[in-house]
Design a binder for this molecule. Structure first.
Ligand code: AMO
Length: 445
């Protein structure tokens, strides 16, 4: 439809007549000259209109009008891009309503609520634009890294018949004559895929009906998950740290300009990440005078404090109390020689095997960005743990039954896309890192 040249390519076509297409960022009208800053996805350029072209000089142009400009790029010592554009003709394709409801020039930044109401416009503000370009780099790096390492991408269902992460926090929906739920996680499906395809990954939305509104929680999240067989928690922690480092390196390289705009110096964490047990971390916090008992979950402040105490940007917290983690987390087996040795060496007490499970969280910049476990692959033990969690094993037969036909030991994890974007971009509210956030109050746009 439009034979257009992108702004970043204009420099290469100095002297030739070309057509640019984009948005009017701003105009500056002086007596003898008119400047229009034109923007497209590749950057912006100063368009110059001389007064001898009366029609263009007097053309009614407002911020965010969509226009095409035909003319020539000329070298300029003054313009930032090294070129400016001399306009011969301008076509107004679609005028924008005025005034704009959000300040996309970010001179006086509009409040978050207003920006979210007009998200389509807010995407044009440099800061917001940078956040989602960085998020895109993280996503692409995640997908490429795993595809390149022999993982197969799969698509889980989003409407499900029973919970995976526990009974609470599920959104229910009428489904013909029954009730169904929105998936809290692709958990059960990734396990069912892994026991046949061996190494799988997915990027999928999930829903949590958590009632509280916090700066780190959303009710709709994008999770980036893996699952793999012949693996335990340590195997997949290794995969996680390598995947994360790859994602961060890629973001640093591919979106250097955007990170600079946000004032972010991205330090790539060193490999391997430090591992500390839940039990050690409780002790560390108690030594600092925090009121926390073995078995408690950490508050956000305690997570931050722990990060300061551990002294590394990214680290693993492993061996969580079974009561805190989902039913599918593998307990230690005291009867097994390797497990018993590990428990003895780590805790000086094999009986700890009755209390902790092979589950881990990964904290980065003081925020939990990922968690995972080794899974239970024995149907009877799974049924027992489902009962232990107060759930009915009959509702999970389609799942527990899957492990009766040759299921290897397996493990996996999930990274929250919005959480990792928060830590990389340095945002303090997760809503900044979700294009169209869903929280307790927000369902539109
Ligand atoms: P978990 O519930 O810990 O584990 O979720 C994994 C990661 O998803 C992100 N996340 C959230 N982000 C924002 N708002 C929320 N309400 C929210 N809930 C979760 C976090 C978190 O670390 N099935 C397991 C994973 C596994 O074992 O493979 C699971 O869902 O970044």
């Amino acid at each position: 439809m439009f034979d257009r040249t992108y702004i970043e390519d204009a420099k290469a076509s100095v002297g030739q007549t070309i057509t640019l297409a984009g948005w009017v960022s701003r105009t500056r009208d002086l007596k003898k000259i008119r400047f229009i800053v034109l923007r497209d996805k590749t950057g912006d350029i100063q368009v110059v209109v001389k007064p001898d072209n009366e029609q263009l000089f007097n053309l009614d142009l407002g911020r965010e009008d969509v226009i095409t400009v035909t003319g020539r790029a000329v070298e300029s010592n003054v313009a930032k891009a090294g070129v400016e554009f001399q306009a011969d003709s301008i076509e107004v394709i679609n005028k924008s309503a005025q005034p704009l409801p959000v300040d996309i020039m970010e001179n006086k930044k509009s409040d978050l609520d207003t920006r979210l109401n007009y998200r389509f416009l807010d995407f044009r503000a440099p800061t917001t634009n940078a956040i989602f370009r960085i998020q895109n780099a993280l996503l692409t790096a995640f997908r490429n890294y795993l595809s390149g390492n022999g993982y197969m991408e799969f698509q889980p269902p989003c409407i499900i018949g029973s919970a995976s992460e526990g009974g609470a926090d599920l959104f229910s929906i009428p489904y013909f004559e029954k009730m169904a739920f929105l998936a809290q996680s692709p958990q059960l499906y990734k396990q069912m895929c892994a026991i046949s395809f061996e190494k799988v990954f997915t990027i999928t939305p999930i829903w949590r009906a958590e009632k509280f509104n916090t700066p780190t929680h959303l009710n709709e999240v994008r999770q980036m998950d893996i699952e793999q067989v012949f693996s335990d928690d340590e195997t997949v922690m290794g995969v996680l740290e390598n995947t994360l480092v790859h994602m961060l390196k890629e973001a640093k390289e591919k979106t250097a300009e955007q990170l600079k705009l946000l004032g972010r110096e991205l330090d790539i964490p060193e490999l391997p990440f430090r591992r500390i047990t839940y039990t050690e971390s409780i002790q560390m916090l108690q030594d600092e005078g925090e009121s926390i008992l073995w078995g408690d979950d950490f508050t956000k402040t305690q997570e931050k404090l722990l990060t300061e105490l551990v002294g590394k940007e990214a680290f693993f917290l492993k061996d969580w109390p079974g009561a805190q983690k989902a039913f599918y987390a593998m307990p230690y087996n005291k009867e097994n020689e390797v497990d018993a040795k590990y428990l003895e060496e780590t805790y000086g007490d094999v009986e700890m095997g009755d209390k902790v499970v092979r589950a881990f969280d990964c904290l980065y910049s003081g925020i939990e960005i990922s968690s995972g476990t080794m899974r239970i692959h024995m149907p009877e033990l799974l049924r027992e743990r489902i009962r232990y969690k107060g759930l009915n094993p009959d509702n999970f037969e389609y799942y527990t039954g899957a492990f009766a036909y040759g299921a290897p030991p397996h493990a996996g994890w999930s990274i929250g896309l919005e959480r990792i974007t928060m830590t990389v971009t340095g945002m303090s509210n997760i809503r900044e890192c979700c294009m169209f956030p869903r929280d307790r109050d927000r369902l539109v746009p």
